[in-house]
Write a protein that binds this ligand. Sequence first.
Ligand SMILES: [Zn+2]
Length: 337
Amino acid sequence: MPRLAAVVCACLLAATACASSASRADRPLVRAAEGTMTSSSATSTSSSPLTTVAPTTSTAAVAPPPVPGVPGGLVTPRGIVVPVLSQTGSRSVVRTPCGAEATVVGGRSVTGATVVLDPGHGGPESGAVGPNGLTEATLNLAVTEQTRRVLQAAGVDVILTRTAEYEVSLATRTELATKLRPKAFVSIHHNSDPDGPRDGPGTETYYQIGSPTSKRLAGLIYEEVVRTLSAYQVSWVADRDAGAKYRQGEHGDYYSVLRRTAGVTSALAELAFISNPPEASMLAQPEVQRVEGDAVARGILRYLTTNDPGSGFVEPYPRPPDRSAGGSSRPCKDPPL
Ligand SMILES: [Zn+2]
């Protein structure tokens, strides 16, 4: 079967989670770590044993909090959402999508949001690519926009970390989340590199270690997405430990979008496997993108409005600790602000 050969997962520095099994012990460790953004964590750990360690939390590399008197975010005149570092009149010093500082004149200040949605990857940083050419970046954005529409129709105040096809660093994504202090931050992805076939969707949701609210959010999104996708008859694939779970890294949560948002209830969702030809064909359909987005929105709404516990919780099997190539060879290019 040539299907995996056709898959390219461009998990470069800014990637978060397009292949949860990228660093599985039974295959070469060739990709940069998905979960880390800081070069300081680039230390090789190739000699580390594969052990399950007790989950621990960490405050390392947490994105900066809001600055009193400064709006957390700005929708620039060109519609790019960025964190605000300082503001004088109509001039805002902002963090660009690539993580630089820039001055923007005008735009609309955003003081906060109830929900921040994070469409994974973007632009040349495509994430996983399906055998049909569908990229995670494009698919994640389409699904996220549908989630936004449903939440906004329900009266929920929503901000997206990415609004079009451009690259956004993990630092900028998480800084926006910590400055806007939402009740829920959800990063939306599609998966690759499964363990094998499964009799149902291989959906995975990740929660922040030690956070009961994050766990509930992840469990509710898992429940809604699996219920929705189970209506489709395709040859599903999955990791053996598909479900709602955590992933331990060297410095707390493996995934940067969960680690750097400490203090904000966050979850990361791998909705289905874009690398699997039958799933990729299905995911290319706008109708399926819509129902996925609807399902994520229902999970978030239930988190906000009920005390439902969620479901699908599993204990993850041991994976190597995070490792990083320390950076991308391809420079990040900011969009016009
Ligand atoms: Zn991804």
